[in-house]
Design a protein around this ligand. Structure first.
Ligand code: FES
Length: 147
């Protein structure tokens, strides 16, 4: 499988590149397989993501994934953003070649790390990555006391 037109579009004209100096949460993820790293900056208003930026040191698929993921989480609640899966990002890109699917995981992991950072800054319990459906931001009901 070659890169889809959407991947090429997101890679050649990535959205939301950069940093937020007044970010409410910052998260970083790295891939042990390829050495790529991704950093996500979030601005949160209420419980929704008002702004998102990224810095990615990685391949075309990693950059396309971060661009797409930051666009997708804009306006989402923190719980919705936590639940954004790598498959959601891959689908939105129209697919990725199999050896490149792991690149989309970086976006999901960096978003979760940024949400966890936001929670720590707010004095809330940091949510372990992947340990709950709502990311500890409330709503799933399986971890009372977190919200
Ligand atoms: S599992 Fe949802 S608040 Fe923890």
């Amino acid at each position: 499988m070659m890169y889809t037109e959407k991947v090429i579009e997101e890679f050649t004209n990535p959205q939301n590149v950069g940093e937020l100096t007044d970010a409410d949460g910052v998260g970083e993820a790295g891939s042990p397989t390829c050495g790529d790293t991704m950093k996500i900056y979030l601005k949160v208003e209420g419980d929704r993501i008002a702004d998102a930026r990224f810095r990615t040191f990685g391949c075309a698929a990693a950059i396309a994934s971060s661009s797409m993921a930051t666009r997708m989480i804009l306006g989402m609640t923190l719980a919705e953003a936590w639940n954004l899966s790598d498959a959601d990002v891959v689908d939105a890109l129209g697919g990725l070649p199999e050896p490149k699917v792991h690149c989309s995981l970086l976006a999901r992991d960096a978003i979760r790390a940024a949400i966890a950072d936001y929670r720590v800054r707010r004095g809330l319990e940091p949510q372990e990555r992947g340990s709950c459906e709502c990311g500890g931001v409330g709503g799933c009901g399986s971890c009372p006391g977190n919200d």
